[in-house]
Design a protein around this ligand. Sequence first.
Ligand code: ADP
Ligand code: MG
Length: 312
Amino acid sequence: MANRVVIALGGNAILKPGQEGTVEAQLKNITTSAEMVAKIEQLDYQIVVTHGNGPQVGNILRQNEEAKDVVPPFPLDVCNAESQGFIGYLMEQTIKNKIEEASLTSGVVTLLTQVEVSPDDEAFKNPTKPIGVFYSKEEAQKMEKERGWVMMEDAGRGYRRAVPSPQPVSIHGVSAIVSLLNQNTIVIAGGGGGIPVSRKENGYLGGIEAVIDKDRTGKKLSEQVDADVFMMLTDVSNVYINYGKPNQEKLETITPETAQKYFDEGHFADGSMGPKIEAAIHFARQGKTSIICALEEADRALLGKAGTRIVG
Ligand code: ADP
Ligand code: MG
C-alpha cells in the first residue's frame, strides 16, 4: 500500500514577507507548492495538505474591523473558516492543474476542518498569540474596556489582540479524509490550525475564540490519519543547532532523543522552530518519521536526500 504523508505548508508557501495579499501574489506562491505536491504524488504517496493562514486571517480581521459600522464583524472561528475556504479553493485548483499537467488522475478535495480543544486548556488563562490589526496604546486600552479583549505589545510594532493558543485534542472529519485518500484523492484539510471548537455545557460543539498552532494540528492530523511521514515545509533547508551563529551546524538524520536534547538546550526559537521540533519529536517517538525542510526540496527530503529528518 502507498505510504501516507501529511504535508504542512509554512507561511511563505502562500504569502512571502513584504508581499501584498492580492489573490495574484498568493496564487503565484501556491503554484510552487502545487508543483511539489504533484511531484510527491508521483512518488506514490497518499497526501494530506495542511497550511498556515496568519497573514490571510489577519486581513480578514482587518476587513471586519474597517467595515464594522456597515457589516457586523464575525468571530474568530468564522474568520478561520473563511480563510480555510478561500486558501483551500486556490490550492485545490492549482494542485489539480499541476496534477493534470503531469498526466495523473488523482482527485483533489478541500475539507473545512473543526478542531476540538479543551475548554479547560491552561492557554485560556493566558492568551499569548497576537493576531489582527495593530493599535496605539490608547486604542488598545479602549478595546480592553469595550470588547473585553486582552491586548499585548507586539515586538515594538504596536498593540494587538492576544488570543489563547490551546492544544488540539481531536480533529473532526478524519474518517472522511481517510476514505478520500483511499480513493486516490489528495485532501487539503486543517488549514490555519483548523476551526477552533469546544463542547459547551449542553454537550453541543460550538466555536471558540482561539487560534490553534498549525504545526500542532499537523501533528495531530498525522496521528489521526495514521500517516507514515509528517513533513513541515518552511523557508530554511534544515534545522540547525547554534542557528545564526558562526558555529551553526546543520542537522540531517537524527533520533527523537537527540532532537529532545537540543530542544532542552534551547537551540530552537519559541515562536518559529520550537513548535515544529516539538511536534516532530512527538510524532517520531511513535516509530514514525518527521521531516523539516525547504518547500523546494520536499521530494528530495522524502527520499532521504535533503532536509532534517527525525526518525523514531
Ligand atoms: P513557518 O511559516 O514555515 O511556520 P516560521 O517562521 O514559523 O515558518 O519558522 C521557520 C523559521 O524558524 C526560519 O525561517 C528560521 O528563521 C527560524 N529558526 C529558529 N530557530 C531555528 C533553528 N534552530 N534552525 C533553523 N531555523 C530556525
Ligand atoms: Mg510558524
